[in-house]
Write a protein that binds this ligand. Structure first.
Ligand code: OGA
Ligand code: NI
Length: 353
């Protein structure tokens, strides 16, 4: 049996096709002892992140909801939302499409494979196979999705409704993001269109993350602790727990609530807010028994957008903590350094900060 396992490890490119044939985690997935998930030390759901009801955001509850959003961005960097306007049918459709995609035969999935992070549509594994030392227990399909017409024709055409279903989901999530960006601007005391304007023509990427069951989840990560490099992330997860968020040095499990999304502040929002809002470390752990699917939408500034702290948030008492930079410059640094716990943001601080 050992021989079969070795062959599988050596020849499989995607984790999905390797995981089903091993009963131990292969050595290249094993973290050093000081960098393991320590699952017994994780706090569970009763201390979880705030759940904000968006019902009435455009009406009677407006100022109350803006206040809740501001507080969550300031204190946690993370919140969950319900009554977000994305139909439940669309949520189950996108989840089913993701599940179907990762169940396609290996040869069919491999048509989308690439290890080049600059490709706008690609299936890959781990995080960045070109730069990392230890692999992560994850496969992912990453798609650029705004403007849709620039990318939809390079997406997988199998399952047959993939393009249509994913396009509908992307459009709906973009609507939600634009409402959230207005609300977040307002919560910072800025003009409502301030963040949208600062992000130029904008970009939207999504990932379909697939975490296979793992024989030894204590030894590895689905994704190790990281902050998101973009502006804001809208995460949909299935009913299997795995996401954890760092609060006061403790990892907190964010257990799934059906039909809610998880929203988190990315590095660019931390810069725009001049550190009022926090891009917080989070990670994904895996488990023995169940596959897990998560679908983050990463909303970004366009590559040429000039990012820096919003002018209205800078004064003598609150000097700019970051220099101005283009998003392209930031994003390149992010992918090249790998997922490290020290945030990439430190490289963009002003000399006085
Ligand atoms: C990510 C991420 C968390 C998850 O893809 O950036 O943080 O639960 N995913 O999959
Ligand atoms: Ni993330």
């Amino acid at each position: 049996m050992a021989a079969t396992t070795t062959t599988a490890t050596a020849t499989k490119v995607l984790l999905t096709d390797l995981a089903s044939s091993v009963n131990h985690v292969p050595s290249n997935y094993i973290r050093p002892i000081s960098d393991r998930p320590n699952l017994s030390d994780v706090q569970s759901s009763d201390a979880s992140i705030p759940l904000i009801d968006l019902q009435g955001l455009q009406g009677p509850n407006h100022s109350n909801i803006i206040k809740q959003i501001g507080q969550a961005c300031r204190q946690e960097g993370f919140f969950q939302i319900k009554n977000h306007g994305i139909p439940e049918t669309l949520i189950s459709t996108i989840m089913n499409i993701a599940r179907e995609f990762f169940r396609l035969p290996e040869s069919e999935r491999m048509k989308s494979y690439s290890d080049d992070p600059t490709k706008t549509t690609r299936l890959s594994t781990s995080f960045n196979v070109k730069t990392e030392k230890v692999s992560n227990w994850r496969d992912f399909l990453r798609l650029h999705c705004y403007p849709l017409e620039d990318y939809v024709n390079e997406w997988p055409s199998n399952p047959s409704s993939f393009r249509e279903d994913v396009a509908e989901y992307c459009t709906s999530v973009r609507g939600l993001v634009l409402r959230l960006l207005e609300a977040i601007s307002e919560s910072l005391g800025l003009e409502r269109d301030c963040i949208e304007k600062a992000s130029g023509k904008q970009g939207q990427h999504m990932a379909l993350n697939y975490y296979p069951p793992c024989p030894q989840p204590e030894l590895t990560y689905g994704l190790p602790g990281h902050t998101d490099p973009n502006l804001i992330t809208i995460l949909l997860q299935d009913d299997v727990p795995g996401l954890q968020v760092l609060r006061n040095g403790k990892w907190i499990a964010v257990n799934p609530i059906p039909n809610t999304f998880i929203v988190n502040i990315g590095d660019q929002m931390q810069v725009l807010s001049n550190d009022q809002y926090k891009s917080v470390l989070h990670r994904a752990v895996v488990n023995c028994n169940k596959e897990r699917i998560s679908i983050p939408t990463f909303y970004c500034p366009s590559n040429d957008a000039l990012i820096g702290p919003a002018k209205d948030l800078i004064d003598n008492d609150h000097p700019a903590i970051y220099r101005n930079f283009t998003y392209a410059e930031y994003y390149e640094k992010f992918w090249n350094r790998g997922l490290a716990t020290e945030c990439c943001l430190d490289m963009f601080k002003t000399s006085s900060a």
